[in-house]
Structures are given as C-alpha cells and as structure tokens.
Write a protein that binds this ligand. Structure first.
Ligand code: FE
Length: 166
C-alpha cells in the first residue's frame, strides 16, 4: 500500500447536531416530502454525500424531517418526512418547504446520513444563512449552514455532506 503523504488533503467531517424529539423511523422513500396543502415556501435542497477523501458515496442513505412553514411537525403521519438514496455520483435532491422557527429554535432541517447499512449514522441539522434566530439558538452550528439561491418559484439550498464510511 502506498504511504499516505502528510499533504494529502482530507475533508472535515460534517458536524453532528442533536437529533431532537421529533424523529420517526420508517419514513417513506421519496424525494418530494411535501404533502398537498403544506404551508411554506418551496425549497429544493441538493448536494453530494462524500467521504473524507472527497470521493462520492454511491447510494448513501439520507433521511430528512422538518417543521413546515409555520413551525409545525407532523408527528401523527409522515408529512415532511422521507428518505432517499444518493445516485451514482453521490448526489441527492430533496423537495420540501422552507421550515419556520419554533420555540427557541432557528429554522433547520433534520437529517440522518449513512454510507451503508453497517456504516455509522451521522445525525445533524442544516441551518439557513441570514436568520436572526441563528444567533440565539443554542444548537446553531456554523458548519452546517446551507448556501441559498433564490429561484423563480422558491429557493434552492446547497449542502455537501462528508461522512465516515466505516
Ligand atoms: Fe427540529
């Protein structure tokens, strides 16, 4: 095996943020997690899942859940909950609505990401730039801020996950 050189650049792993009280296992497999009539601005989230060497993780598992545009979670059903698998290039694409703040929490999207069935699960939260409540949310994490672009009918947010594969 070739020796790894000191200057080989490793990406930093995406930082975990606590799961919170509203995760539900068993979400449906879907890229669009918005049931009809859900309040909120349309939001696309896209990016890649990578290992620390920057290599795409083919078919990585991602499970998203979030509050709607009024800060409400569906704890009875599975609205705004869904899992998906990254494609051959490690890309994922989520269709959702922009979550609203609730209680002491700044707007955020919850997600679990895993390279494969025997790999560790990253549980984290994505945050949005320019939200005043980012400054007062005790869970806010600068490292998981998405980049947001305004589109014709909503917004697109970009975020690449870097996770452990074993
Ligand atoms: Fe939450």
């Amino acid at each position: 095996m070739p020796e790894r050189k000191a200057q080989d650049k490793k990406l930093s792993l995406t930082l975990p943020v606590e799961e919170g009280p509203y995760y539900k296992a068993g979400s449906p497999e879907r890229r669009n997690i918005v049931d009809p009539g859900t309040p909120g601005t349309k939001l696309i989230v896209e990016g890649r899942v990578l290992d620390s060497m920057g290599k795409p993780i083919v078919h990585a598992w991602l499970d998203f859940w979030s509050a709607d545009g009024r800060g409400h979670y569906d704890n009875a059903g599975y609205n705004l909950r869904g899992h998906q698998y990254a494609d051959e290039d490690g890309r994922y694409r989520l269709e959702t609505v922009r979550p609203h703040e609730y209680l002491m929490r700044s707007p955020h999207l919850h997600v679990k990401v895993r390279a494969g069935e025997s790999a560790p699960v990253l549980t984290t939260q994505l945050f949005f730039p320019g939200e005043k409540t980012n400054a007062t949310d005790y869970l806010f994490e600068q490292g998981t801020l998405v980049a947001v672009k305004e589109t014709r009918d909503g917004q697109t947010a970009f975020f690449d996950f870097v996770i452990e594969t074993e």
